[in-house]
Design a protein around this ligand. Structure first.
Ligand SMILES: C[S@@+](CC[C@H](N)C(=O)[O-])C[C@H]1O[C@@H](n2cnc3c(N)ncnc32)[C@H](O)[C@@H]1O
Length: 237
């Protein structure tokens, strides 16, 4: 997404993209990618390694016209406090955009010809149960008993609204999309492994084994279909 922002800024005559993450490896890889995209354009690319739940965030990051936080806030123990801190990074009139929620991604045919039909739904359900445990186990966790629009309003932002977009890569999919299906199934199965039946675990092992005839990366009927929601609020000018 930072690369998309760099392209958009380049098309408008320039600007500055500042990437931030707590994990150096991710931050460095993303920053290198965005710098490649911005070469030869009037776009400046910087990075700041920071904990998004820090109350020093607004000191570490420059005041921004747009803060884009994609699927980060749900990893933080006190989500309202984190949104308050992200809002403090905004310049007057700037927008905070949270990409959170949407619809669960689907990528597998209902009947794969091995194991019990409906594996995709069971993997998603297992991941959802893992997510509840993941949040419950965070030190200092606090519940956020409202939707994202209310949380943005509570941070003092105005003109709050949301929109959603569909991610649709139908079958037969490119090699890149198929590989992302392999990665997605592997991630879902790892996150939810305690919740899956032995039968489903065996099916997943076969789907992820490139030497198995059931290898999911070799199927031309896998796809990626999902939807993401972006929730926005503006800091009063
Ligand atoms: C689900 S990934 C989302 C990655 C990317 N933003 C996206 O939308 O695809 C969660 C990201 O949040 C980062 N993260 C988790 N806890 C963080 C924290 N306390 N401060 C900053 N970044 C954090 C992780 O390193 C990871 O890059």
């Amino acid at each position: 997404m930072s690369a998309a922002f760099a392209r958009a800024l380049a098309a408008r005559g320039g600007g500055r993209v500042v990437l931030s993450d707590a994990v150096a490896e991710l931050l460095d890889a993303a920053t290198a990618h965005v710098r490649d995209v911005a070469v030869g354009t009037p776009v400046v690319v910087d990075s700041v390694r920071a904990d998004a739940s820090s109350d020093r965030l607004a000191d570490l990051l420059p005041a921004a016209d747009l803060v884009w936080a994609s699927r980060v806030v749900h990893h933080l123990p006190d989500q309202q406090r984190a949104i308050d801190e992200l809002a403090r990074v905004l310049a007057p009139g700037g927008w905070l955009a949270l990409r959170e929620g949407g619809l669960a991604t689907r990528c597998l045919p209902w009947d794969l010809g091995i194991g019990e039909p409906g594996l995709g739904d069971r993997l998603t359900a297992a991941r959802d149960r893992w997510f509840v445990g993941m949040r419950a186990g965070m030190p200092g966790v606090k519940s956020l008993p409202v939707g994202w629009n209310k949380a943005l309003e509570a941070a003092g932002l105005t003109d709050v609204f949301s929109f959603s977009y569909v991610i649709d890569h139908p079958a037969p999919a490119s090699e890149e999309v198929r590989q992302s299906v392999v990665d997605w199934v592997a991630w879902l199965a790892k996150a939810g492994e305690d919740q899956l039946s032995d039968s489903d675990r065996k099916t997943v092992a076969r789907l992820l084994d490139p030497a198995d005839e059931a290898y999911v990366g070799a199927r031309d009927d896998v796809f990626v279909l999902g939807a993401s929601t972006v929730h926005l609020g503006q800091r009063p000018a």
